[in-house]
Write a protein of this length. Structure first.
Length: 351
């Protein structure tokens, strides 16, 4: 059986992206001036479905189900999932602002065909998925020495996420339980969002769990939202950052505090090794190919360490930082866990 040329190219590009995600090869067309945004006072209209990457009232890539011809039916699901996508704004020739425009068809397509398809879709069997588009900060904020512009760009992006969440609460939530899920820059925004609206607030009783992944989250970041100790606990949070075991993360990935470090195979934070036999399956470039027993996992020293994943052309993978596949490596474990925590949440409500 031979691979089609287009299939080979897509796999090759995926591996190249994986191999350069922690390097600076992708940092072309970066912002060169101080932070400025001409539309900085204009709010995004979240009554417009075009400003949602995923929404239960439209068909989108978060509805896709691996190996199934039909889209996920979210109409009768009892909870919601508010998903904050990671950075997809880099190396865009059309603009070099610190923040992306909300209506770039090219950038939105990239978002939809990557993180929304491969990450947000994990949750489409447990709840209605809401994923706002927002004027995300350029990936350069994680490399620049211009800390003032970095802060301003991230704050600007966060305000869109906050506006979207407020719109969701006012127009769609109606007292429904929900999950917060985020990755990378999305986790940068999930933290302050949860502090403002959920931590110690009445809304915390509606939060089943938070999957805040890809960036370090201090274990004591919240006053009332605690780390999940096991697979069934609710009103708590999980987080991890994935690296190949035996590797040495670059200095910028290290932090001088204890970060929450959850093992998504055991859902514990005890540092014990979890064999790959516990891995229900991951999803890599081929969305319709489930890869069971993809990697093992062990959470210690602020990182989640895994074996090297095996998939077509994985021999080309030289990068030890598995940041962009933090979710993909454990696709079915996360999906199953979200369903389990939701089940336990409702059981707890009737006790």
């Amino acid at each position: 059986m031979t691979l089609k040329k287009s299939h080979f190219c897509s796999i090759f590009i995926f591996v190249i992206i994986m191999s350069s995600c922690a390097k600076t090869a992708h940092l072309r067309n970066i912002p060169t001036s101080k932070f400025a945004y001409s539309d900085s006072t204009k709010k995004v209209d979240y009554s417009n479905l075009n400003n949602w990457a995923a929404h239960p009232n439209k068909e989108d890539t978060a509805d896709l189900v691996p190996n199934e011809a039909t889209l996920a039916d979210q109409s009768n699901l009892p909870i919601d999932v508010f998903f904050i996508h990671p950075t997809t704004y880099w190396n865009d020739k059309e603009f070099t602002d610190w923040n992306a425009p909300i209506n770039s068809e090219k950038l939105n397509k990239k978002t939809d065909e990557t993180t929304i398809k491969y990450q947000a879709s994990i949750f489409n069997k447990v709840g209605r998925v809401f994923a706002p588009r927002y004027r995300q900060a350029h990936v350069h904020v994680y490399f620049t020495k211009d800390t003032v512009s970095k802060k301003q760009a991230l704050n600007f992006a966060y305000k869109d996420v906050e506006d979207a969440f407020e719109y969701y609460l006012k127009n769609y939530n109606n007292g429904r339980p929900f999950i917060i899920a985020s990755h990378s820059q999305g986790t940068d925004h999930a933290g302050p969002l949860m502090k403002k609206f959920i931590d110690g607030k009445p809304l915390q009783k509606q939060m089943i769990a938070a999957y805040v992944v890809g960036l370090p989250v201090p274990v004591n970041y919240f006053e009332h939202i605690k780390p999940c100790d096991n697979a069934e606990e609710t009103e708590c949070m999980v987080s991890w950052r994935t690296f190949k075991k035996g590797s040495t993360p670059q200095a910028r990935w290290n932090v001088d505090y204890q970060a929450l470090n959850t093992n998504p195979l055991s859902w514990e934070i005890d540092g014990k090794f979890a064999d790959k036999s516990l891995n229900k399956g991951g999803i890599m470039k081929n969305f319709n190919k489930k890869l069971p027993n993809l990697v093992d996992a062990q959470a210690y020293d602020n990182f989640l360490w895994t074996s090297k994943p095996k998939f077509p052309f994985s021999f080309l993978l030289r990068e030890n930082n598995y940041h962009i596949i933090d979710f993909n490596l454990f696709y079915y474990n996360i999906q199953e866990n979200a369903q389990l925590r939701t089940k336990k949440y409702f059981e707890n409500q009737i006790k």
